[in-house]
Design a protein around this ligand. Structure first.
Ligand SMILES: [Zn+2]
Length: 404
């Protein structure tokens, strides 16, 4: 029996079993071959504090030290960070000795935007490549995991942070409690934590089960997140939903002692969560039923396409695509290959399969592309205009499989 990552109680219900899966970013060159390790991928909900989570933890040192993900390479992400930086600078009247701390700030893309407004910055990132890139870009980076220990060092060195930013990081945390402790201790009295995370109600609505992979340990509603923050003397004061990544939540958090009430937008989202009954098992059980239906539907569609003698390639090899491919037992007998523009992945297999990853530009197009980055459907459809004019089709697997 596992213990809840949030409240520590033994009151978890397994909602969805996605089987034994590899770490979805474990790309190794085909020449090295061999099997890669696999681990349980099971989605639970705690019936005491209603925090959704996966059970198994791959050690953070495996996933977040030597990895190739660099946020600056994605145009839409750079623009997104620019907006958030502008929003923060517009709301906060920075004093001369203030600074902005970014937890898991990757290559410094977000902080570079903050720096443009003459505000001091500090990045904390465990990635070797990311810390190097950050420093090269002029964003000082502490190459460590953020937790209570590193927070104490920063506190001694730099004092308290006016803004702590954490984008796509607060649901990755193996040391959840130490990190929250660290945030509480280092956040200025009139400071804010600006957090961005996968918004669970949106994920359930879109049936986006491919957001479940080993890097994502917890999945928040504003209710479950607020409950967790409260343990550390922190409270939500604002939240809104952004369309990036298929629907993420940007929340502003401060000390409970601060004389600040909840924004209208936060109130609306909280009310909606009550209507959805996010603190009740029913919504999670229904999600699970829909996911297993999706698996059958996708497999049936793929079988039908293959029976017609058509070829299928996966378009892109994003980490979340690995969840779909492995859960639906897709392999090279049905998916010829995956094509990528990211050369780092070319020449490997999709983790856990014998589907090779090839360079998109030099690979003849198939009859059908399986679109794994479905959250960028619009953008990708534009790029595939020629392919579709010539009769090519695109299979979008989520929110329900459709052939376009
Ligand atoms: Zn719990």
């Amino acid at each position: 029996m596992c213990i809840c990552r949030g409240c520590g109680e033994e009151n978890l219900e397994m909602v969805l079993d996605l089987g034994i899966q590899p770490w979805g970013n474990h790309f190794i060159p085909i020449s090295e071959g061999g099997d890669i390790p696999k681990y349980p991928l099971q989605f639970f909900v705690c019936k005491s504090c209603w925090l959704a989570q996966i059970g198994y933890t791959i050690p953070k040192e495996i996933m977040f030290v030597n990895h190739g993900y660099v946020s600056g390479t994605t145009q839409s992400l750079r623009e997104h960070f620019k907006e958030i930086a502008n929003d923060i600078v517009g709301k906060i009247d920075f004093r001369s000795d203030d600074y902005v701390l970014d937890i898991g700030g990757n290559d410094g893309t977000f902080l570079l935007e903050v720096k443009k407004h003459d505000v001091e910055v500090l990045n904390v990132d465990s990635g070797l490549l990311q810390a190097k890139r950050s420093e090269e870009a002029g964003v000082p980076c502490l190459n460590e995991f953020f937790n209570l220990k590193s927070a104490k060092c920063i506190l001694q060195d730099r004092g308290k942070a006016r803004i702590i930013h954490g984008s796509g990081i607060l649901f990755h945390l193996e040391e959840l409690h130490s990190v929250l402790d660290g945030i509480k201790s280092i956040l200025d009295d009139d400071g804010y934590l600006v957090a961005e995370f996968i918004y669970l109600p949106k994920m359930l609505e879109q049936c986006a089960y491919d957001q479940i992979y080993h890097e994502h340990l917890v999945y928040y509603t504003l209710h479950s997140f607020g409950r967790l923050l409260m343990k550390y003397g922190l409270k939500l004061v604002d939240a809104h939903i952004d369309s990036i990544h298929g629907g993420s939540c940007i929340a502003w958090i401060t000390h409970v002692e601060a004389n600040e009430t909840q924004s209208v937008s936060l109130n609306e989202l909280m009310k909606n969560e009550i209507l959805l009954q996010v603190d009740n098992m029913e919504i999670y059980r229904k999600f699970s039923e829909r996911v297993s239906q999706l698996k059958d539907d996708l497999n049936n569609m793929i079988d039908k396409i293959r029976l017609e003698g058509k070829t299928i390639q996966a378009l892109g090899a994003p980490v979340k695509g690995s969840t779909i491919i492995n859960y639906c037992n897709l392999d090279s007998d049905r998916i010829d290959c995956a094509v990528e523009i990211n050369e780092l992945k070319v020449g490997s297999y999709i983790p856990g399969t014998s589907i090779p990853v090839k360079l998109q530009d030099t690979t003849a197009p198939p009859d059908v592309y399986l679109l794994l980055a479905w959250n960028f459907t619009e953008e990708i459809m534009l790029k595939l205009e020629n392919f579709r004019k010539l009769g090519g089709q695109v299979l979008v697997p989520i929110p329900s499989p459709v052939l376009i």
